[in-house]
Design a protein around this ligand. Sequence first.
Ligand code: HEM
Length: 473
Amino acid sequence: MLKVNFEKSRNLLSKKYPRMLATKKFEDLPHPDTLNVFFGNMMQLRKERIKFFVKQKKEIGNIYRIKVPTRKVVVLTDPDWIKYVLVDNNKNYTKSFAYDSIRLFLGNGLLTSEGEFWKRQRRLTQPAFHKEKLALMFQNMVEQTEKCIQNLEKYADTDQSVNLSKELYKLTLDIVNSTLFYSEIDNTTDAIYKLVSEGSEYITKRIDNPLQLPNWVPTPHNIKESRVLHSMDKLFFSIIERRRKQKEQHQDLLSMLMEARDEETGEVMSNKQLRDEILTIFVAGHETTQIALGWTFFLLTQNPDKTKILTDEIKNTLNGETPTPQNIRGLHYLKQVVDESMRCFPPAWIMGRRTIEKDVIDGYEIPTYTNVIMPIYVVHHDESVWDDPFDFIPERFNIQNIKEKHKYSYFPFGGGPRLCIGNNFAIQEMQVCLAMILQKFNIEVDENFVPELDPLVTLRPKYPIYAKVWKRV
Ligand code: HEM
């Protein structure tokens, strides 16, 4: 006799016709225990961060609400529903509360703007990331990696460990700077690192604490925050001023944005808007890739058998030549290593949206202005999707294996119309850097490195990664 699984059919139906099937109220959503009536889960969240979400997935499942003062928050880890929010019904969502804090620093750039304004800015920026443009940037990426290799050379075959995190930071900063801003950004790596780190910390504090006073109230925290902001403004406005005075033409993103005119009004972007756009691309474009590269070297050190497959591939495919846009396409295992590394340690570990109108998810009514949080890290470690999720197995990403996975069980770059604009840039960059560095050196992350996570806006390691460098013979 044909058995009908009513529960499954109802779920499938509700995914297709969500508005018709709100059978449960928002308050019916399961939620973790709260220790404090007023703060709800806020303290646990601040203390445990990723661990909190991993625990709830195990104990509650793929959809639950969390209690925090002044906000309605739902957490989703089911790929079908993530797709629903990011793609199918994306028009009903803006970015979540976290972006209100990010906006304080980055202003109204591509990452934080909304609606028609965002659409226009995305249309203007997109051509800088087209395939042909990426091919032109390839040589630049190679040159910057050569500089990094020269620095690493100083440590090669000595007992001295190099601060790999710092070298990779400098490398990714130089790449964004030289490819998109014609090396216009004053290259004081330490100062920029300090600014971005402090900014990140302040943003996280605001995200974590819904009760924090608005930024115009002169609390010690707000005063420090506005100092960081002021330094950022100074740096980025001076770049714009300098470029406006220059006579020579550049073909970079900055010039493209400066020359872009509004189709209807014919107006060019104000200095403030330019500052927001370039600061956004600059911040979004280097730290994420640096983090991904650092974790990749750690994972390769932990898995010498995988490193051997990779370095053999590099040796046999490149034959000692420098990578080119053509020969790099033959490095299939390298691409799998990059993908698997971002599964294990997704540099952007969490993302969120907020409902514009009420919605229905999995039968639950989701009120207007509810934040829907999608912890990418948790989805990437879901045991029902990934066997041995905490093991580093690049082969998961060969064409055959990955075909069988749900598209939203792996989404390091987000999805839908707001997909990361720099995704192909970042992948190409990582491929060039890894191929060239591994072609020259064997990198061994120090044994005593503790891979503890420091999940602020991005998934930084808590401590810098130090490594020994050995020349390949
Ligand atoms: C491994 C590297 C990277 C990772 C993991 C990453 C991740 C992400 C994610 C998850 C989003 C979506 C956020 C959301 O929808 O809420 C995003 C958006 C964005 N990323 Fe990336 N990113 C990376 C590299 C880059 C690079 C290299 C650039 C630029 C050079 C860049 C620029 C941006 C911008 C401008 C947005 C906003 C796009 C929009 O909303 O239209 N990212 N990124």
